[in-house]
Design a protein around this ligand. Sequence first.
Ligand SMILES: [Zn+2]
Length: 245
Amino acid sequence: MVNYDENLDLPVVNNGHTVELTLPHTMHMTDSDGTVYAAEQMHCHWGGNSEISGSEHTIDGIRSMMEIHIVHYNKKYGSYEEAKDKEDGLAVVAILVKVKEYDENTYYSTFISELKNIKYPGQTTTLKNINIRNLMPEDIGQYYTYPGSLTTPPCTENVKWFIFRDYVFISKVQAVTIENSVVDYNNKTIQNGYRHTQPLYNRTVEANFQYSSGECCRYPAHTKNQQESIPHGWKVKKIKKVHHH
Ligand SMILES: [Zn+2]
């Protein structure tokens, strides 16, 4: 992943559904097959309150508090608009965010404190000195990947997903702020912005790390009985090294 690790001033908008950052196309990643994906935008999906979490991907049925999507397009098409309905047009990198009661994640502080300035749809502001790499988990070398669809309409089946195995943690206060800061066109607080999980059918989820079924997470879960492992519904068949750099 190239050029994510820079301090930038980036515009962010409340588009009525979520908050969305515009990313420079110089940010890009190269898949193991040589395909280059350029970054387009980043947006978030969160739930209703910290007890009802908002991530779209579940690990063993456990939803995370928030899921962040970094949307990319296949560079050979020149633009997101050209690429978005092509079979090999898009790639999304997903970051799963969990709550750790009192630990403020200072990398997220600027983003979260600016939300009050984009409370209403159509409002934009600039995130100063924001570093996208720092919004990602510490370990970006391990991830799940599978061919899927966009989680918002038109939900076309042309997205290559990359989901980091490692999590990002924010504090409860930060989570509650995100969940209550922005409203939609009906002046209703934007919450539960996720699509219900879809059946995988016969798709294969690949992991580029060694896993064992039922392996427990290396991180403390924030409620009881949250043992995180590869979901039963996922057929993780191939362990394949994918170079993400
Ligand atoms: Zn999304």
